[in-house]
Ligand binder design. Structure first.
Ligand SMILES: [Zn+2]
Length: 1015
């Protein structure tokens, strides 16, 4: 969950350049009394080394964890390119307001003498006076052309010198070749086996940048690939958008379609327009041009941005998308200096920032913008009441609106964060409940208690009154709180079994018709009552067959209609769905409403009140406090030569080419855009992309968020391969695959296509870019080293895996993948695993710079799990605490408190750790806090998975994605399969379309022998 919301996007960023940089400092558990926090000499409670058991170690770390020195970025990288985060306090804060004032390395790009076209993004020119600093061989015409080109031939990108990485099977002479093997020479040789140590490690690829970016910033225009999406980082927006908002699959784009084809890669963009920023990042500036609106290109309608150039003394501006020379509107005119830069540029956020908000003039309004209205629809039918779901929902709403309530006994430390101050100013709430009928409540502040009015007619659903329906939570606090407390009791005697969902949804849209807004709807059983009732469609024999296709979608006219009604009126819905007995809810139909309106489904299969209550509360709060826009439209523009070819995500698009429509959109939602060539890109110019989201903020302002991305262009795709963004690539392929099911492909075909794509990309690389290597080697591009693992993780995910899966979970996860951020997606397909029993004593505490020291993560394979170990497993959706049966009783007591010295003693439904005064307890709570802060939309609670005791062990096994599980291969076998297919392709013998899931007989020594090239 994005715990930080340090910026009000409504206010202009601070312009005080002296303001100190605030760096990432997660909230930290109090030091256990008597102990010093991090690594102090008086660590009184220190147990002897290896106090908790665990495997024998090499003795390097105090707790048995081998200490590895990170080298990231690699040594050959010029450190000057990456200013240390705390080196200069003026850089970040002053970025927007006082660019270039004595802070050259952060400074705005300057215009070149004549190359004003490229003026705004050659950072190195500033202060050094030479555009060719990093690129003495760049031809004159391309001077400063782009970040990618400047880097060409110079191994200076952040991800290191090695451009490609051959996978050396053990037993070969790894060191003898000119290219670098993944690790050093294998220690021992076992003929014909792949050493799992040598295959690319996702945890390693995350740990190093995690550590690096706690001390360094990410400048957006300095030729570095964005950090992995799962890694927290502070970006400095230098005109190119912060990667949190947008990531291109390639930051250097081949000039022609043919050259693009040689890479096998997709060209596209992952957009997360309202992404939450991290502490230390400058907020998104808001620029108001009054009723005339922001200047736009007359030809292509692109909005003014840092890459538009001014000429003829400032009286013309040239569009960076279509190159059209526009007349500068007289009210926007400013003269240019001799180098062609507007003299007022530094006071113009729209000419400096890659991401900005424009105030939308009235002509962009469809209705008068007002602060957001939330309408809570609470299921009070018998299942919801008896299983405690209604209680959890009402408690969660109360906490989200009013903070800690003593009588609820909520956790310590949570009170402060659940405060009214974090709700958008002016937001209003309304409450309705429903079972076989719908009940609306007047919450008028003048009332002493809420007044219930029953909706008279399910066939003609309409809110029965309007005055007092939506109120300011603060003003009506006494009414709302009393009502929320009363609801679970009130309906416990009524016992209506069947909820009537569709009528209540329809009435809710009517209630929000004039303003737009958001519906938050809970439900705990199949809505089998009234107009639009649903029935049990799923039959076990349909699973994993062609008939399943129908179950993954809906043709229900009533739900289709209400969905359209919502989108048309700027309304969206988040569902909170509980299936207390794991029962069928027809999420395909219900969730469709969220999918198409831009909302979200929170799903609690096997809901258990004690275990899940905290999670429900956290998620309701999150859905209220995260940045939310409504009544939104989106359009993406790109340079001449390219065109948008598809959108993949959760939204409504009526016809191809039309704008995307979102009833609501929030900070966690991301979607993909693909591009195709309709001409040739000019390698002398850059490729530009601009996404524009017209939306109403939760505080009631109509805005246009502009997100600008730039990429260099080159004739040779070789340069492009150096700036491939792995996370954007797998993210795009994942969203594309899930968007095509079930209309264009079934699950098996989707898996097959992803498998083929993996092989296409790697064989294209082998064929066209890898240089000469022995045929027995699998060559992985440096920037796609972990790509195969991510693709395997995706194939094993609930959304796509083979085998039987309840359709509710299947369809829920498919939509999840389509809508989720790259951060969430990365964790979803490869979890973070942390060993608790081998923590270094400094782990989980702030280091000398105040940044939390995180331990190294563990690979997702049972072979990495130690006997007697204890592990945190976080996939962004759930967080397991897994304990080996022989875990140390000391560890359990340190973690859970006195007397808790056996696995049997623990409460299987506990959802959080107690607050204890032990070092280990504070460490783990801090680490969990860090994980929660670096997650997307789901609340982090822990779930116990004790070996041999808990059902969640199944989840644990499922998340060990490097192993053979989820009806798919192990990581090693998958690489062998991919490698064999690549070889077949190189020999011109590959038959496409088959073997999507990988044949079982491909794992074996036979395949290993192939991999070594000896067969
Ligand atoms: Zn244009």
């Amino acid at each position: 969950m994005a715990g930080f919301r340090p910026y009000q996007s409504d206010s202009l960023p601070s312009q005080d350049p002296r303001q100190p940089v605030s760096t990432f400092r997660p909230p930290v558990a109090p030091a256990p009394t008597g102990y010093q926090q991090a690594g102090g000499g008086t660590y009184a409670g220190q147990r002897p080394p290896q106090p908790y058991g665990g495997a024998p170690t090499n003795g390097n770390g105090a707790y048995g964890a081998p200490v590895q020195q990170y080298s990231y970025p690699p040594a050959q990288q010029s450190q000057q390119q990456q200013p240390p985060m705390q080196a200069d306090p003026t850089g970040l804060a002053g970025q927007m307001g006082s660019l270039g004032l004595g802070q050259e390395q952060y400074a705005a790009p300057r215009a070149g003498k004549k190359k004003s076209r490229h003026a705004y993004h050659n950072l190195e020119t500033a202060g050094k006076g030479g555009e060719q600093q990093f690129s003495p061989e760049v031809p004159a015409t391309a001077q400063g052309a782009s970040w990618g080109q400047v880097a060409a031939g110079v191994p200076s990108n952040a991800y290191g010198g090695g451009f490609q990485t051959p996978l050396q099977p053990q037993g070969q002479q790894a060191g003898a070749r000119s290219s670098t093997p993944l690790t050093g020479t294998p220690a021992s040789s076992s003929q014909g086996k792949v050493d799992p140590e040598q295959i690319p490690s996702v945890p390693r690829a995350r740990d190093a940048p995690t550590q690096y970016y706690t001390e360094h910033v990410y400048p957006t225009m300095e030729q570095h690939l964005p950090p992995p999406a799962s890694v927290p980082f502070v970006a400095v927006d230098q005109g190119n958008s912060n990667p949190k908002f947008a990531r291109l699959t390639m930051n250097n784009i081949p000039s022609t379609s043919d050259a693009m084809t040689t890479t096998g890669l997709p060209l596209g963009l992952i957009l997360q327009p309202l992404a939450a920023l991290q502490e230390g990042e400058q907020g998104v500036p808001v620029v108001d041009f009054g009723e005339v609106g922001p200047p736009r290109c007359r030809r292509c309608r692109a909005y003014v941005n840092p890459f538009m150039t001014f000429r003829s003394g400032g009286s013309k501006f040239v569009c960076n998308m279509c190159t059209f020379p526009n007349d500068t509107p007289s009210e926007y005119f400013a003269p240019t200096d001799p180098s062609g830069v507007r003299v007022d540029r530094l006071e113009r956020p729209e000419l400096l920032a890659g991401t900005m908000d424009f105030a939308a003039p009235k002509e962009y309004w469809t209705k008068e913008p007002v602060p957001i209205r939330w309408l809570f629809l609470i299921d009070v039918s018998i299942e919801a009441i008896t299983k405690g779901f209604t209680d959890a929902i009402c408690g969660g709403i109360n906490e989200a609106l009013f903070g800690h309530d003593e009588s609820n006994g909520a956790a310590e430390g949570e009170a402060e964060t659940l405060s009214l101050g974090r709700l958008p100013v002016g937001a209003r709430v309304g409450i309705a409940t429903y079972d076989k009928e719908a009940h609306y409540y007047s919450l008028h502040p003048k009332l002493t208690t809420a007044q219930m009015v029953v909706m008279p007619d399910l066939e003609d659903p309409f809110p029965p009154f309007s005055d007092g329906l939506f109120v300011e939570p603060k003003e009506s606090k006494h009414v709302i709180q009393a009502l929320l407390k009363k609801i679970p009791k009130m309906f416990s005697k009524i016992k209506n079994p069947e909820p009537a969902l569709l009528p209540v949804l329809t009435s809710a849209v009517e209630a929000l018709k004039t303003t737009g807004g958001k519906i938050i709807c809970s439900m705990a059983s199949l809505p089998t009552w009234g107009p639009g009732r649903l029935f049990l469609r799923e039959k076990p024999e349909m699973r994993d067959t062609d008939a399943e296709k129908k179950l993954l979608t809906t043709e229900h006219p009533g739900f289709l209609k209400v969905t359209k009604l919502m989108t048309d009126n700027g309304v969206g819905v988040d569902f909170f769905l509980a299936a207390p007995q794991g029962g069928y809810l027809d999420i395909a139909t219900i969730g469709y409403v969220s999918e198409k309106t831009g909302g979200e489904v929170y799903y609690y299969p096997n809901f258990h009140h004690q275990r899940d209550q905290l999670r429900v509360a956290k998620e309701i709060k999150h859905t209220l406090v995260r940045e939310t826009g409504f009544q939104a439209l989106m359009k993406v523009r790109c340079s001449n030569g390219l065109q948008v070819s598809g959108y993949f995500g959760n939204f409504t698009q009526h016809t191809f080419g039309a704008d995307l429509e979102f009833g609501v959109i929030d900070s966690d939602k991301a979607f993909a855009v693909t591009f195709s060539y309709d001409g040739k890109l000019d390698p002398k110019l850059d490729a530009h992309f601009q996404a524009a989201l017209l939306y109403t903020t939760a505080t009631g302002h109509r805005r246009i968020r502009c997100i600008n991305m730039v990429a260099s262009v080159s004739e040779s795709a070789m340069d492009s391969m150096k700036l491939v963004d792995q996370d954007a690539v797998f993210g795009l392929l994942a969203k594309q695959a899930c968007s095509r099911i079930p209309a264009q492909s079934n699950l098996k075909e989707a898996r097959g296509a992803l498998s083929e794509k993996t092989i296409d990309i790697l064989s294209a690389y082998r064929k066209n870019f890898s240089g000469s290597h022995p045929p027995g080697q699998l060559i992985l591009p440096e920037n796609l080293k972990e790509f195969s693992m991510y693709m395997l993780g995706l194939l094993k995910s609930r959304a796509l895996k083979a085998g039987i899966e309840p359709t509710d979970r299947r369809v829920h996860d498919m939509r999840l993948v389509k809508g989720m951020s790259l951060l969430d997606l990365s964790l979803y397909i490869y979890p973070r695993i942390i060993a608790i029993h081998t923590l270094d004593e400094r782990d989980g505490f702030p280091n000398e710079n105040g940044h939390l020291q995180m331990p190294r993560m563990v690979r997702a394979s049972y072979s990495r799990i130690q006997e007697g170990g204890a592990y945190i497993v976080d996939c962004g959706q759930l967080c397991l605490l897994w304990f080996h049966a022989q875990v140390s009783p000391n560890l359990l007591e340190d973690l859970f408190g006195e007397g808790m010295n056996s696995l049997q003693a623990l409460d299987p439904f506990s959802s959080k750790l107690p607050v204890l005064e032990t070092h280990l307890n504070a460490q783990v709570r801090n680490i969990l806090q860090w994980l929660e802060d670096n997650r997307g939309s789901k609340g982090l609670v822990v779930q116990l998975a004790r070996q041999g005791l808990d059902g969640a062990e199944y989840e644990f096994a499922r998340l060990l994605v490097e192993d053979r599980n989820n009806e798919a291969q192990s990581y090693v076998d998958w690489l062998v399969h991919v490698h064999r297919q690549v070889q077949t392709e190189l020999q011109g013998q590959r038959r496409k379309g088959g073997g999507g899931d990988g044949d079982a007989d491909e794992r074996s020594m036979f395949s290993f022998a192939r991999l070594t090239g000896s067969g």
